[in-house]
Design a protein around this ligand. Sequence first.
Ligand SMILES: [Mg+2]
Length: 337
Amino acid sequence: MPSSATASAQSAIAVTTPISNEIPKFAQAVPTQSGVLIAEDDLLSRQMLLFLLTEWGYGVTEACNGDEAWQILIESRQPMLVILDWMMPGIEGPEIVRRLRGRAGGHLHYIIIMTAANMKDAATLALDAGADDFISKPFDRNELRARVGVGHRMLLLHQALADKMNCLQKVTKRIARLARTDELTGLPNRRSFRESLTQAKGVACRHGHSISLISIDLDHFKAVNDTLGHSMGDQVLQGVARVVRETVRCQDLASRWGGEEFLILLPQTTSEAGALLAERIRRNLEEANLSGTQITASLGVAQLRCGEDVNTLIQRADEALYRAKFEGRNRVVTAKP
Ligand SMILES: [Mg+2]
């Protein structure tokens, strides 16, 4: 700002209270990047506001009429502290406030309306329009600094609250994901799988699709834990999960049902197609060298019968699995349709 403009602008302030040399601590701690929009058609007032706010450390954007101010506000991505003149060419101050408050996120702007001191019921009208505060012209610089400081603190509080909410949402999502995931293998856990199976059954019944289930149990897994230790047993289970995940199709859902048992949901799949996939899994597990351990598995396949509930389907897949165990392990047995 040219020095002559500064001098004339400074003379335009009505200093109704002595300017204190001691600025309160909270008023000093203004980040330089904190944004303020000044919408004021009177050049002298606008220059004065610009001078003072810049001196107090705010980053200032200027608008010389209502239309320009509105354009800046709708393009702004961050909540701003807005100082609006009541009467301006284009959209007037109160109308800008009403429009802003009607927009998503518009309530986060902190708005100070400036009115002529002789305007009747100015404060009531400004606040009723949706402004957070008002100040009458000509303004006192100390009062302006204090009121802008309040707005700045409110925006900081809003921002801190938004950051906390954001953090809380992330933690909630993470907890929800952990509650549905088996910690060791990263596969969906029992609870999550049961929900998915119930949902898939509903879809299959509505559209008349077939749906099948593969139940897998590792053969003699207790011996792995007993001879090689539980840590090695855990590594084997992680390896099995990897092989299963890599073998199933993208539409299938593999889960760790518990211990060394895995269940796989096969949407839009008959038991014949399910048995072919089960055989591929059996062979891949047999051929995999999981942490230096050769492991085999027994597998049962069952297709959902009309009107059958998910518990019965799981039970029939398990019965097929037990038959595979009984018949010598390392094989696939399909339940009767
Ligand atoms: Mg005006």
